[in-house]
Design a protein around this ligand. Structure first.
Ligand code: SF4
Length: 231
């Protein structure tokens, strides 16, 4: 069976964007009828429907001049504004901010902005609890500073703190790959990501993608070999 490969789709007029569009052989719209039906049933649940509806309204409101002809995209809301506006739309009062200790200063500013816009903010740093990495079976040589005490990142505790505080919506700021996954799994409230961590690229992982053809050619792997042989 073909698997969906939307990422490889080069169809100009796509069926997922336009009702009279088309899809390739690996089209996810064509291949996954059951999944699409399952999703449609989920949107019938009132809370999911309202969340999705507000997210859709918010999506459009991120642009101005929407009535202009010819149409052009004029986005105006940075993500922090999007977070504030969406939270207001949903009637949220108490927001959770789960952040990485490496972004403590940024977390302080995000928290201040949210509070200045009328929200109550519950925040928890990744190292909350101060539990040594030994608790996870991590060996001395597997630590950043070999042999020293290092508190484990504790995303499950971050999530449980938000659950106990009864946050309406949880915002992630800079959690590591995997730690973010655990937070999302254990969070009772819906989660959105304000920013992801990238230790090398100033928390902008897309920089490596934008420079894939130049400074990050090493990610081409075997494709790079083919290119080199051709040259
Ligand atoms: S759903 Fe089909 S048409 Fe749309 S991007 Fe995926 S493969 Fe292409």
């Amino acid at each position: 069976m073909n698997h969906g490969k939307c990422a490889a789709c080069m169809v100009a007029k796509k069926i997922c964007f336009e009702p009279d569009g088309k899809g390739p052989a690996f089209c996810s719209t064509a291949l996954y009828g059951a999944a699409l039906a399952k999703a449609a049933a989920e949107y019938e649940k009132p809370d999911i429907r309202e969340f999705a509806r507000q997210a859709g309204v918010q999506e459009a409101e991120c642009y101005v001049d929407r009535e202009a002809e010819p149409h052009y995209m004029f986005p105006v809301k940075p993500r922090i504004q999007e977070m504030i506006d969406f939270s207001r739309k949903m009637g949220y009062r108490r927001l959770g901010l789960a952040f990485c200790g490496g972004l403590h200063r940024e977390a302080a500013i995000v928290s201040r902005i949210l509070e200045d816009h009328g929200f109550e903010v519950v925040s928890a740093v990744c190292k909350v609890g101060g539990v040594g990495k030994e608790a996870l079976g991590i060996k001395p040589e597997e630590k950043i500073r070999i042999g020293c005490h290092e508190s484990m990142c504790n995303p499950v505790a971050q999530a449980e703190i938000m659950n106990e505080a009864g946050t309406d919506f949880n915002i992630l700021l800079g959690l590591c790959v995997g730690h973010d996954s655990l937070f999302i799994k254990y969070s009772r409230a819906m989660v959105s990501v304000f920013a992801v961590k990238d230790r090398v690229l100033g928390h902008n992982p897309l920089a490596a993608i934008y420079t894939y053809d130049s400074y990050y050619q090493r990610f081409k792997g075997d494709r790079l070999k083919e290119l080199t042989i051709k040259e």
